[in-house]
Write a protein that binds this ligand. Structure first.
Ligand code: 16G
Length: 242
């Protein structure tokens, strides 16, 4: 058993933090499983519950652990590494990592475009867009909320059931369009109450907001999408050259 050395100059909460970290690394504590309670840690290592809480708070703040009201503290599933280099869909990204993509469609409706959508999709100001809001899951765990706007005419044959699967696949297979480029903007935000409930996180937790405009090989913008990614579940990677 990994031990705590009370004579060490290293603070006790920090030693416990390192023990928990190591146990997550070596699989003693498994992703999605509960860790021992504060009381159990305090008894096991003969330390105060306050010290235990300090260590656990640190790991919760880092996103390695998460608390569920009334049930305990759990090990966060491993982060998905998302490389921004290839233009891929959510479904493709999850399948590539051996995860099962799933979606729940919350909204599927035609809306008049506002200025931002009209400009992004190069539509007339009085035109209509298909708005789709989806919770995107990997192996049943929520990863992101995505709100897509697409030209209503172009997407007239898309059924809500298809939006539960891959929209990019529909565009390429059914509409026979080639998806070619995308423009993306990324910004850090925090979850409000509604987003937190949908992503199964706490209000105020970190979220990465990505706005993407995606174009076909003919240069036609077919989607303006706002994605709110659960920051605990992702690590974003870029390769840079000089
Ligand atoms: C990605 C795209 C999103 C697109 C979705 C299609 C980002 C930031 N966004 O999540 O714009 O709507 O893929 O996924 O990557 P689907 O083909 O699985 O429906």
């Amino acid at each position: 058993m990994l031990m705590i050395n009370k004579n060490s100059p290293v603070p006790i909460y920090y030693q416990l933090e390192e023990i928990i970290r190591q146990q997550i690394d070596d699989g003693t504590l498994m992703p999605g499983k509960a860790i021992p309670s504060e009381r159990e840690y305090a008894e096991l290592y003969q330390i105060s519950r306050m010290t235990v809480r300090q260590a656990i708070n640190k790991l919760v703040n880092e996103g390695l652990l998460y608390r569920k009201k009334g049930t305990g503290t759990f090990v966060q599933p491993k982060k998905v590494e998302q490389v921004f280099q290839k233009l891929t869909s959510f479904s493709e990204d999850m399948i590539e990592r051996g995860l099962v993509p799933k979606s729940k469609v919350l909204t599927f409706e035609h809306v008049p475009v506002n200025d931002l959508i009209a400009k992004s999709l190069k539509l007339e100001n009085n035109s209509t867009a298909l708005k789709i809001v989806r919770i995107r899951y990997a192996d049943d765990s929520p990863m992101a909320i995505e709100t897509s706007y697409m030209p209503a005419d172009l997407m007239k044959d898309l059924q809500p059931e298809q939006a539960e699967e891959s929209i990019y696949e529909f565009i390429e297979k059914n509409l026979q369009l080639k998806i070619q480029t995308a423009y993306q903007e990324l910004e850090a935000t925090i979850a409000d109450e509604k987003l937190a409930n949908l992503l199964n996180i706490s209000e105020g937790d970190p979220v990465l907001l990505i706005n993407r405009i995606t174009y076909t090989s003919d240069g036609i913008p077919f989607e303006f999408c706002q994605s709110s990614f659960c920051a605990y579940r992702y690590r974003f990677i870029n390769y840079l050259t000089r």
